[in-house]
Write a protein of this length. Structure first.
Length: 198
């Protein structure tokens, strides 16, 4: 058993250690001088990595999935990646050469950009058809206003070219409208919120 004297002695030692005098705080300037002296004392500053070092490392990197790991254990995205890696390891081809190009991330900006560009193409085609229709109307009026057969022949050729171009653009518009409908259907099947396509 501990006697009251030993308890008192232990408490005194602990309190004395806890209240031991601490060195006076150093100023920031003192710490900076000490750090500068320490850095000068170092023989070599160490390796500094740059982007060039990283690109050289990435060029040498090869990832291969271990053959003991079954493809069924992997998620669907990694299963596709595992097949080219295993084939490339067996054939001695780097993984980068065997991997197909990565698909872009299909987020909100990707969907918005894609649908906006498609709608802009369709709108440009509509404006072009309107302009061609105006040109055809003007050429038709000009054709009937002329009496000279030579001038009528030239105007008729221009009118026929404008009509052919207008028909071609109308067919493009049908394809563009179908592409937009297909894009909307693809987005719906992918679970994309409708607001992303507005």
């Amino acid at each position: 058993m501990l006697t009251p004297f030993l308890l008192q002695l232990a408490a005194t030692v602990l309190l004395g250690a806890w209240h031991a005098p601490q060195p006076p705080p150093r100023s920031l300037a003192d710490v900076a001088r000490m750090e500068a002296a320490r850095r000068q004392a170092l023989k070599s500053p160490g390796k500094q990595y740059t982007n060039a070092d990283l690109s050289a490392y990435v060029a040498r990197e090869q990832r291969v999935i271990a053959p003991s790991q079954g493809a069924g254990d992997l998620p669907a995205g990694e299963q596709r990646a595992a097949r080219p890696a295993a084939v490339s390891a067996a054939q001695g081809v780097s993984v980068k050469e065997a991997m197909p190009p990565a698909e872009p991330v299909k987020g909100e900006t990707w969907w918005r950009t894609r649908i906006t560009e498609a709608r802009a193409r369709l709108e440009r085609s509509r404006l072009f058809v309107d302009a061609l229709q105006t040109r055809v109307n003007a050429l038709t009026n000009d054709f009937y206003a002329r009496d000279d057969p030579a001038q009528r022949s030239v105007i008729e050729q221009e009118r026929n070219r404008a009509l052919a171009e207008m028909e071609r653009v109308k067919l493009e518009m049908v394809e563009q409208e179908k592409a937009i409908r297909d894009m909307e259907e693809e987005a719906r099947q992918s679970g994309v919120p409708p607001g992303w396509l507005r």
